[in-house]
Design a protein. Structure first.
Length: 300
């Protein structure tokens, strides 16, 4: 895979010249202090999380294409917050090349899930059987729900949280914080434990964060996230503790450390080890492309 140019990377973290045009010029005037607070990284992060999270909450479990329509609306909310509140350009959601980036991310996600599932099966942890559900209805429903979830979650965790924290404390701290928060956010899932939270923080939170730093594209990480969950659901493997209808059913055997137990693939040690290998590789690629940024002195 080719890496994005340094110019592409720099654009995503550089405030627009006109970012303060609707404000007070950084001083007094109506709403001056509030304007400065909202335009600070934590301010626009919270504004974006509120907006995208509200859209996700209203559409994530809707029928038919509603989750995907919600994802489209979430992208629009993200664009407004970044452009009008944060005063930043948004190359990470640029339409040119979006499909290519999504396919590249999807290929990584598919390889990650299939290799993990094959290894767990080879070691006796999984036993698959055909579920007999309607093929097209299952595939359609899974695609709509998982696509909507992938886009909105990546906008919140990688687009908003990671980039805001990166501006404050640099890439490495942002990866650690968002990765841990991603794990904590899954503690409420069925079958969750301290181990599952740590595992998903590493293999999903950190890996997806590093993938974003490498490609600087929401479409890449959303594609990876979507295919990961979509493939798991079709295989009948629980997705973060939830077991939606799939094309197969899976019986687990042996240690939960191998199979992931009722939480699913993410709580297995196998994808954790594979995820670590991918993280190391993507950190190297992100470093080569200039995607790893240090803390900037004097940032608010």
């Amino acid at each position: 895979m080719s890496t994005p140019s340094a110019a592409h990377d720099d654009a995503g973290s550089r405030p627009d010249r006109d970012g303060d045009r609707d404000g007070d010029g950084g001083g007094g005037g109506r709403g001056g202090r509030l304007g400065r607070v909202v335009r600070a990284p934590l301010g626009w992060m919270l504004a974006g999380l509120l907006g995208v999270g509200l859209v996700s909450g209203l559409t994530a479990t809707g029928p038919g294409p509603v989750p995907v329509l919600g994802a489209v609306a979430a992208v629009a909310v993200y664009w407004v917050v970044m452009r009008r509140v944060a005063g930043r350009s948004t190359p990470e959601i640029a339409r040119p090349g979006a499909g290519r980036e999504a396919l590249r991310g999807g290929a990584v996600g598919l390889g990650f899930v299939l290799v993990s599932a094959l290894l767990i099966t080879a070691f006796g942890g999984y036993d698959f059987s055909w579920a007999g559900n309607g093929f097209f209805s299952v595939v359609w429903s899974a695609a709509m729900v998982q696509a909507g979830a992938a886009v909105t979650e990546e906008l919140m965790f990688r687009g908003l949280a990671l980039q805001a924290l990166e501006q404050l404390w640099g890439s490495r701290a942002a990866i650690v914080i968002t990765g841990l928060f991603f794990g904590v956010a899954h503690l409420g899932a069925p079958g969750a434990s301290a181990w599952s939270a740590l595992a998903i923080a590493l293999e999903a939170g950190v890996m997806l964060g590093v993938a974003f730093l490498w490609r600087r594209s929401i479409w890449f990480v959303a594609g990876l996230h979507f295919v990961w969950n979509f493939a798991e659901q079709l295989l009948g493997i629980p997705v973060s503790g939830h077991t939606p209808q799939g094309l197969f059913t899976v019986d687990t055997h042996g240690s939960a450390l191998l199979s992931g137990g009722t939480f699913g693939l993410e709580a297995s040690v196998v994808p954790v080890l594979i995820g670590v290998l991918l993280i190391v590789r993507m950190v190297v690629l992100a470093g080569r492309s200039g995607g790893l940024r240090p803390r900037r002195p004097g940032r608010r």
